[in-house]
Design a protein around this ligand. Structure first.
Ligand SMILES: [Ca+2]
Length: 545
């Protein structure tokens, strides 16, 4: 009821008062009762501007004395109607959005109910920090953001409601990024791998020296030969082997301070082995301690044979997958039976916990640490943004470098032992033929292993020293977002592979603007740039722009 309506009602109330008492009141008392209308009435009527305010009349029992006897009358009282209160209701749901790589999307919601409202946007059900308005604009989108579901929880003092989900679709960019190369460090001794701590400090290994950290422009030697904060007396350097991969524990920033390296060790002999060693870094990041050898039995080529020197084909890349387990790549040691031998740790990709135990889900047909087998010498492993699937890169034997999407328990199809009736020096046919018909030993023998994992790419059947690889991830990579960067060491180039949904190659291009160098390690840094370690002793930052 509005103020004018209230005026009319109150006149009627004054009349009805005559009939509301029993016995009927004498006239002076009628006047008295009329005066019992609330004193605030005048104030209410005077508050004409408050037209949005609704009023109601309620009757309050009041006892008055008539002729010495109490009489109850019902006194009308005018009160403002309390405003309606209601939990939020979504009247316009956030809509799906489609953008290209490098663009942002905005989602918004419209609600009714009693304000004020609080908003909390979510991505795939997880709260987004500082996304607390009726609209939310995403960061610049990359392909890995495609399919993300955005929703918002709207609440007020009464309750809350969650919106429907809106899907973000990200389409590829067509713009090839230009590259700006900066030499971060030079003069290193065969840098083999790189890793980054949560604060941005860079770890790197040098094959014959060990593990160091580059922080605020200063290099500190953490673990390895003499001069390191923790000396590894068992580390040795021979042929292709020495200190290889480095990986930072996903929980380093949560306080465990673990890093892992892959190294040739003479702690056990006859044969010596490659090991995965866990270290704990000090809080000032200047020293390593607490060495624990979490894998001690990775095959090492202890003795030269007809096909190469000791230390050949040692594998050695370490990477944590997005699910938090450590992948370890190993090599075939120029040993014919090793890749398909499910009890020996060479020619494999292992997948383990931070203590070296088998990770769940390996689906191994043999040693439970084995994730895949039948590999030659995996030097690159990376995880596809979005799916998280592991892809390896391998150097072929005079033919067929390979990039392979891995499946748990899969066979890479490399089996360089001689087939019946075939003879190969040292029983290794990797560089010739293991078959009576004389065809080259295939990198993926689908005749012998029909279910072998198929490679995405075989470098057009060539062998050019394919080594490290890493997926490029993020809007800054434009058309290369989600593509696999592969270092082809022999041909000294960086290839960019576009893969289809199944992981098979769609197109191959070569990055331009980089000097011809043997790229030994490729890692995308926390700044989104690609970091490259080269056999010439340099570490580069390669920024897209
Ligand atoms: Ca293969």
């Amino acid at each position: 009821m509005t103020v004018p309506e209230l005026s009319v009602l109150l006149k009627r109330l004054g009349q009805r008062m005559k009939f509301r008492t029993r016995p009927a009141l004498p006239r002076p008392l009628r006047i008295l009762a009329a005066c019992l209308l609330p004193a605030t009435l005048a104030a209410l009527l005077a508050s004409a501007p408050a037209r949005a305010v609704q009023y109601q009349v309620v009757y309050v029992p009041v006892t008055i004395v008539v002729n010495g006897k109490p009489v109850v009358i019902r006194r009308p009282v005018v009160r403002p109607v309390p405003p309606p209160v209601a939990a939020p209701t979504i009247t316009t749901q956030p809509g799906n959005a489609s953008v290209s790589v490098g663009q942002a999307a905005t989602f918004s919601v419209v609600v009714s109910g009693t304000p004020p409202f609080a908003y909390q946007w979510r991505r795939n059900g997880v709260d987004i920090a500082n996304a607390t308005a009726a609209s939310y604009t995403t960061p610049l989108a990359g392909l890995a953001d495609s399919g993300a579901l955005y929703s918002v929880v709207v609440s007020n003092s009464i309750g809350d409601v969650t919106s429907a989900g809106a899907t973000l679709t990200v389409t590829p960019s067509t713009v090839t990024p230009a590259l700006t190369r900066t030499v971060v460090r030079s003069g290193l001794s065969s840098p083999w791998d790189l890793g980054f701590l949560p604060d941005g400090s860079m770890l790197f290994t040098e094959k014959c020296r060990g593990l160091s950290i580059l922080r605020n422009g200063t290099i500190t030697r953490l673990f390895g030969t003499s001069g390191s904060s923790l000396v590894a007396g068992d580390l040795f350097c021979q042929g292709q082997s020495g200190m290889h991969g480095v990986a930072v524990d996903p929980d380093f920033g949560n306080g465990n301070r673990y890093v892992y390296v892959y190294m040739a060790s003479n702690a056990s002999t006859n044969p010596r082995t490659n090991r995965v060693v866990r270290l704990t870094l000090s809080t000032d990041l200047l020293t390593a301690s607490g060495r624990v050898d979490i894998i001690t039995d990775i095959a090492y080529k202890d003795v030269a044979n007809s096909w190469g020197g000791a230390g050949s084909h040692s594998g050695g890349r370490l990477r944590f997958g997005p699910e938090g387990y450590l992948y370890v790549t190993t090599g075939d040691n120029h040993n014919g039976t090793l890749p398909q031998d499910l009890t020996r740790m060479g020619g494999k990709v292992l997948r383990v916990t931070g203590t070296g135990s088998a990770a769940p889900g390996n689906n191994s047909p043999g040693d439970p640490r084995i994730y895949t087998y039948g590999h030659r010498n995996v030097q690159g492993i990376s995880f596809r943004p979005g799916s998280g699937q592991a892809f390896t890169s391998e150097h072929g034997p005079g033919h067929s470098d390979e990039v392979t999407p891995l499946v748990a328990g899969g066979n890479g199809g490399w089996d360089p032992k001689p087939e019946p009736g075939v003879s190969c020096a040292d029983n290794y046919c990797g560089y010739i033929s293991n078959k009576l018909n004389g065809t080259p030993t295939p990198m993926t023998d689908t005749g012998k292993f029909p279910t072998a994992m198929r490679p995405s790419w075989n470098n057009n059947g060539r062998s050019q020293g394919t080594g490290p690889s890493t997926f490029l991830n993020g809007a800054q990579w434009k058309a290369w977002d989600g593509r696999l960067a592969v270092g082809v060491m022999g041909d000294m180039r960086l290839d960019i592979l576009q893969l289809d949904a199944a992981g098979m190659m769609v197109s191959q291009s070569t990055a331009s603007g980089l000097p011809a160098q043997r790229m030994r390690s490729l890692v995308q840094g926390p700044d989104g740039s690609l970091y490259v370690a080269t056999d010439s002793g340099e570490i580069w930052r390669v920024a897209p722009n």
